[in-house]
Design a protein. Structure first.
Length: 387
């Protein structure tokens, strides 16, 4: 009579268990007689979530005494996911050479940078800078790939590898003087002259409250409030509430007052006036974010983004990037105002450029998911109504 293979395997497993049983009992007896308790070590909590900030890392030639060196500046956003306040933070460069860097942490309660504590569950900005030998760069236009290690007070490391650092080109800064400067005295239309007054005033505000200070001129938004609370929490791409006051500007209010009090024909004049001033060759280049903000408010966002792709993309400053930044803020803090058609417009715009998109893509997805969860209206498909 033939024996099934499964039966043979079952027999062997039974014999194996019988033979192994005395050994298991012996190990259990020895464990119970141990004079100490064996405690399995829990995994240490992670240092935090570290991601690129809105500003790209840069390097430049410099002097340290009589020695020529390379100064590297990197910019990050760190979320403290440790179960305690992060009171100290070290940073090291491990490639192309190993050096200890300098860390500046943004004060959670102000715009000042220094040796500040990062509260538990809080997200803030961190600048990490390094000095390396000049030999690591052959040409002024070269990009450098570096490896960085952040270290917490207990010595745990968070590694960031293959970070691309671009050269800081000083000559680009001076090109601001070559921008086309508009003479308001030659503007005949009074409405257009008022629009220009707002843009010129915003330009001055940006000079003292611009990208270097982490600001956008007169634009205000909640600071340090969109964050991860714990290491195992869900990522929050949207603020706790959507409100028009979450992202606002006195200059936007001025333009809206002018627009809302105008006739339909004059509204077209105002819209055309701001659209015509989205240009990387214009003095209003750096305040394109305000123009896009205004166009969002009056329902002409698509026109503004289309012109930005043609006339602002590739600017020598941060104008195009700042424009993306205002979109990121609006999506994060005023998400209830975006319909699917606007999300589609922004999504197509972001994917049409290689510029760093902040978290625009993630926020669009989060808004769509939120809309699916909160939408109680029936969905119409052809002639069928689905509740």
């Amino acid at each position: 009579m033939a024996v099934e293979p499964a039966s043979i395997i079952s027999i062997f497993l039974g014999i194996f268990k019988i033979l192994l049983s005395p050994f298991v009992k012996t190990i259990k007896w020895i464990y119970e007689k141990l004079p100490f308790k064996v405690i399995l070590r829990k995994p240490s909590p992670k240092l935090g979530i570290i991601e690129s900030a809105w500003q790209s890392p840069t390097w430049q030639f410099a002097k340290q005494g009589d020695k020529e060196i390379i100064a590297i500046n990197t910019f990050w956003r760190i979320t403290n996911t440790l179960p305690y306040h992060l009171t100290a933070l070290n940073v090291f460069l491990t490639k192309p050479e190993r050096v200890k860097g300098n860390v500046l942490i943004k004060n959670p309660e102000s715009e000042v940078y220094g040796s500040y504590t990062i509260p538990k569950g809080y997200t803030t900005e961190v600048d990490a800078s390094f000095i390396i030998d000049k030999k690591h760069v052959k040409h002024p236009e070269d990009m450098i790939k570096i490896n960085i290690e952040f270290q917490d007070p207990l010595g745990r490391l968070h590694k960031l590898n293959q970070v691309v650092v671009k050269p800081f080109l000083k000559e680009q800064v001076g090109k601001a003087d070559t921008l086309n400067i508009e003479d308001p005295s030659r503007i005949k239309n009074n409405l257009e002259k008022k629009v220009v007054a707002v843009l010129k005033n915003e330009t001055e505000q940006y000079k003292v409250r611009g990208r270097r200070e982490g600001r956008l001129g007169t634009v205000e938004w909640p600071r340090g409030t969109l964050e991860w609370r714990k290491a195992d929490d869900k990522i929050q791409f949207l603020f706790e509430n959507s409100n028009t006051e979450n992202v606002n500007s006195e200059h936007i209010r001025a333009l809206l007052n002018l627009y809302n009090s105008s006739s339909q024909r004059n509204k077209q004049v105002i819209t055309k006036a701001v659209l015509n001033r989205i240009d990387k060759k214009s003095e209003y280049r750096n305040v394109a974010y305000l123009i896009i903000f205004f166009l969002f408010e009056i329902g002409h966002l698509k026109e503004g983004l289309n012109i930005a792709l043609k006339k602002l993309k590739g600017d020598k400053a941060n104008a195009f990037s700042d424009m993306l930044r205002i979109l990121d803020f609006l999506l994060a803090f005023r998400y209830e105002e975006f319909e699917e058609k606007e999300l589609n417009v922004i999504e197509a715009f972001v994917y049409a450029t290689k510029e760093h998109p902040f978290q625009i893509k993630e926020r669009i997805n989060a808004i769509r998911v939120r809309n699916m969860l909160t939408n109680s209206e029936p969905v119409v498909s052809g002639s069928v109504v689905v509740n």
